[in-house]
Design a binder for this molecule. Sequence first.
Ligand code: GLN
Length: 483
Amino acid sequence: MTIKFKTIKEIKKMISQKEISNKEIVQEVYKLIDENIHLNAFVTLNEDNSLKKAEDLDNNPSDSPLAGIPIAQKDLFCTKGVRTTCGSKILDNFIPPYSATVIENLENAGCISVGKTNMDEFAMGSSNETSYFGNVHNPWGDKLVPGGSSGGSASAVAAGIVPAASGTDTGGSIRQPASLCGITGLKPTYGRVSRWGMIAFASSLDQAGPMARTVEDCALLLNEMCSHDIKDTTSLDENIPNFENNLNQSLKGKKIGVVKDLDLSSLDNDVVSVYEDSLKEFVSLGAELEDISLPNLSLSVPTYYVVAPAECSSNLSRFDGVKFGRRSENPKDLEELYIQTRSEGFGDEVKRRILIGSYVLSAGYYDAYYKKAQQVRRLIKKDFDEAFSNVDVIMTPTTRGPAFEMGSKGSDPIQMYLEDLFTISANLAGLPAMSLPNGNIDKKPIGLQIIGNFLDESTILNFGHMYQTKTNWHMHTPDGVKE
Ligand code: GLN
């Protein structure tokens, strides 16, 4: 009995039928981590605690919804007593005294947090090449990036080490690595999942969400991740449906918005044909296609690269050698302590963002850049509001292509920023969006993005699940197609 490539649903069944003990599951996870050490997917392991939790579960079985499910946690979530680095040198010795709400919610539901996954430094990146702890490799090809910033989480799930991982998405960091690694990942509506205990990058965009092999598993995880949290002032006090309930509804007569202003000409033909095939699949499931217009969509990347750095420059000011993590040695005075700690502790991409952010927020440029970006953000949101008055979901490719080679985009930040061309608008508008595997190009997986209306994760999950009942792209693994 192995748990490699198994889904949460499958592992739950194995546990309930006593085909495997909780301890054996955890032991196998660490064996798989060892066998896949070259992926560099984990920064810190939590082996003793995990084995202990599994043994406790074997002695006292629990009927919590995710009891005994091993999960990898992105190293951006604070975990009590377990090192949390956010992929940065500046936090390489930081051990938080508390856990993020997301971690608490998942652990209260029975999940076993087996380790912390590698990521782009402070979640800034699309390839995992900005991590202080080295590149993560994509299990679909050792030279390939796994995407970013939740690349370690995506790689660990894609390699079959764990059935699930947490991720965070500020501009695409759950969906783009899910697409490049052939798994399913969902960014919920802004405010659905508490940000408390998440190390902030851009607070008005950051949102945590599930990464797993199937849509069904994402629904199971989302059920537990969501909560109204008074410790996060942007946490929504809204009804949280059971996300499993709606999965099997018929798509007959439901409307899919197809964005006519999407510039598909810069994409390879293969990406476009994979996308069009998926739309046909949905039509055969009874859905209808409807052209929609999002006229300001092309402004989303430039808008994001004003708003996100602005918020990052403010959020990252707390890392000064005094409050958290590293402190530079022998500074001659306080100012030098700040300057040296930050110069030594942050990598190039983080410094670039802090500089851009400080610039766009500075007195002479605030109106020209930051205020303007906020106005454009409003227009993007308005475009979506209009589109959703006619359609149930909107579909686009998730990425412009499949996984690319390490080093191939690193020298040109703009090329890297364009990785999130299709994903960023959902963050700017606060909308839920998911990526799920919908084809292979040159033996590399690629994803379809389904964007939903505000708080309507259920409809996205319904579309995604129905697609996965008809296709088997989610069963493809780097080792072949699962039975
Ligand atoms: N790739 C984008 C960036 O570098 C998005 C990152 C994210 O979603 N955390 O900002």
